[in-house]
Structure formats: structure tokens, C-alpha cells
Design a protein around this ligand. Sequence first.
Ligand code: B1M
Length: 211
Amino acid sequence: MSVMQEISEALQKGKANEVKELVQGELDGGASAKDVLEGGLMPGMDVVGRLFKANEIYVPEVLIAARAMTAGVELLKPLLVSEDVKPRGTIVIGTVKGDLHDIGKNLVKMMMEGKGFKIVDLGTDVTADRFVAAATENKADIIACSALLTTTMTEMKNVVAVAESAGIRDTVKIMVGGAPLTQQYCDSIGADAYSADAASAAEKAVEFVES
Ligand code: B1M
């Protein structure tokens, strides 16, 4: 079994210490953070998602696996974040109201930090009002909203509406993403961009501030 497979399996079993050791070993051996993320951690979480959907595992197991993923991702973070100093722009990011999933949001945040943005992370369960207030207060260039539930993604429409009524819609781009999101949904609510993954979200953010 390859080390990447071992990382994936340790994550699935929720063995955070083992994930950390294996990830560190791969990094010490010269693997890139991106390789470890895409070759070990994310495939492991995909399996967890499939088992969860099939009711073969339940919320506690998923939580333990999520903690193991976070433990691995923490080791990658300094490598994913570039040492660039001058912020490229400011992004307010969060997971929308009612939604507590933050692993994907944190990856997006890391990738955006890696592109040199200053990030204001509002965490999870963020209302449209909070997104807009933080964007106004921090003179943000972008609001980035994540959602993992079909029942919570609808809050993104409110973010667009509140930004409009607060008078900041012309100066702030609104980006959306998360597993249930689509380009079509993004267009239907009048947001500016949908990205399917963290890396393309960070690239899109760069396009917005450089255009
Ligand atoms: Co939940 N959960 N969960 N969960 N969970 C899903 C999302 C689900 C698809 C599982 C399933 O049924 N197969 C399902 C949603 C179904 C639906 O709405 N259609 C689900 C459910 C139902 C629930 C609960 C309701 C379960 C319950 O209590 N009965 C509950 C809801 C709690 C709440 O939020 N109010 C719940 C709870 C949980 C845990 C707490 C146990 C845990 C979250 C822990 C945490 O985040 N700290 C959890 C987890 C871990 C998952 C799965 C297994 C994994 C999610 C994940 O982290 N993926 C998930 C199944 C799955 O997705 N396979 C599932 C890895 C992550 C890297 O991917 O977040 O998609 P993702 O992010 C990607 C892209 O989407 C994108 O970039 C990332 C990577 O490149 N992206 C963006 C994300 N945000 C972006 C923003 C952007 C651009 C791109 O621009 C701004």
C-alpha cells in the first residue's frame, strides 16, 4: 500500500496522530502539500462521504474523520500559504447560516491566503447580515460564501440582497461554492462567481482584484 493510501485509510479510521505522522513523513520525503492533500487526505474524506451517505457510518465517525483531516491539513497550511507579504486584497469568508461544515471553507481560505489575500474568517453559521457588516467594516473586495447543505445554500441569495441594500454590491464581488452549488445556482441568485474547488476559487479571486 502506498503512503498516500495509508494516509487515506488512517483518515477514514479517524486516527489523527497516525495521519499527522504519515503526512509529516511524506512532506519530509519531499512530497508537496498539494500532492498530500489531493493524493491522501481528500480521497480519504471522499470515502467517508460515500460511507456516510450509504448509512454505513454515522455522524460520530464522520466527526472523528473530519478531526483527523484537520490535523493533517494543519501541517500543510504553512506550505500552502506563500510568504508573500503585501495583501493582494481583502476577502471575508464564512460558511452560511445554519451550516457547520468548515473543512472545505478552511481549504478555500488557505488557498486564498496562499495567493496573498488578507482573510477575515467569520467561521460557520454566518448570517447574510454578518457577511455584509464584516465586508463593510473591512473594506473587503470579496465576500466568499461556502455551503454544504442544500437547505442552507439558499442563504447565499440573502447575502446578495443584503449587499445590494447596504449599497456595497458595486464594490464587492460575491463568490459561492460548496458541494451542492452549481454555476446555474450562482447565476440564478446573482452572485459573481461559482468555483468547484478551493484552488479555482483562489484563482478566481485573483482575477477579480486584478481585472
Ligand atoms: Co455533513 N453532510 N452533515 N457533516 N458531511 C454532507 C455535506 C452530506 C453530503 C453527507 C451525505 O449525506 N452524503 C450531507 C448533505 C446532504 C445535502 O444537503 N444534500 C450532510 C448532512 C446531511 C449533514 C447533517 C445534516 C447530518 C445530520 O446531522 N443528520 C449535519 C448538518 C450539520 C450542520 O451543518 N448544521 C452534518 C454534520 C456533519 C459533521 C459535523 C459530522 C461533519 C462536518 C465537520 C466539519 O466540517 N468541521 C460532516 C462532514 C465531514 C460531511 C462530509 C462527509 C464531508 C464534508 C467535507 O468536509 N468534505 C459530507 C459528504 C461529502 O461531501 N462527501 C457531508 C471535504 C471538503 C474538502 O470538501 O466541503 O465540498 P467540501 O469543499 C470543497 C468544495 O466544495 C469547494 O472547495 C473544497 C475543496 O476544494 N468549496 C468551495 C467549498 N466551499 C467553497 C467556497 C467557494 C469555492 C469552493 O467559494 C467561496
